[in-house]
Design a protein around this ligand. Structure first.
Ligand SMILES: [Zn+2]
Ligand SMILES: [Zn+2]
Length: 149
């Protein structure tokens, strides 16, 4: 069952309205997500035609890898979404950090990835999938290039 949620950055310059069709979300502990968010990226997926954005003038972009761009508010620095890209560079899916959603209640932690890189004092409660970097890439059928992560 889908639900509609609004959200925005710390200063309010960037706002969005999104329809969440799948309430299951994942948490990524890769080093890029740690650096970007300060801890880990807990992100809910939204399809590109299910999000309306206000304040595009304040959306900055950082192409963090071949397959994703990370967007943030250029005024207050809040991480707004990670956009997974198709091969032609068009948006494939938006991953919204739970914290920028006005009311992030009612969502379910479905999986954690890169658990072998998780900050060692962090543990998330509940029974859910926990994949290491190797397990995650194996499921994707993807052979990663060696990077810092
Ligand atoms: Zn802002
Ligand atoms: Zn990550």
């Amino acid at each position: 069952m889908s639900m509609e949620r609004t959200g925005g950055c710390l200063c309010g310059a960037v706002r969005f309205r999104a329809v969440i069709e799948n309430r299951d979300y994942g948490v990524c502990h890769c080093k890029m997500c740690q650096r970007w968010t300060g801890l880990a990226l807990a992100g809910i997926m939204v399809q590109p035609d299910k999000i309306e954005i206000e304040g595009q003038d304040h959306v900055g972009t950082y192409r963090s890898s071949d397959i994703a761009v990370r967007c943030f508010c250029t005024r207050c620095g809040s991480p707004m979404w990670l956009c997974d890209l198709n091969e032609d560079g068009s948006p494939k899916a938006y991953e919204l950090p739970l914290g920028v959603i006005d009311d992030p209640s009612g969502l379910t932690l479905h999986h954690e990835i890169f658990v072998d890189r998780r900050i060692d004092s962090i543990a998330l409660a509940g029974d859910h999938i926990q994949d290491t970097e190797a397990e995650y890439f194996e499921k994707l059928g993807f052979v990663p290039q060696p990077t810092e992560g």
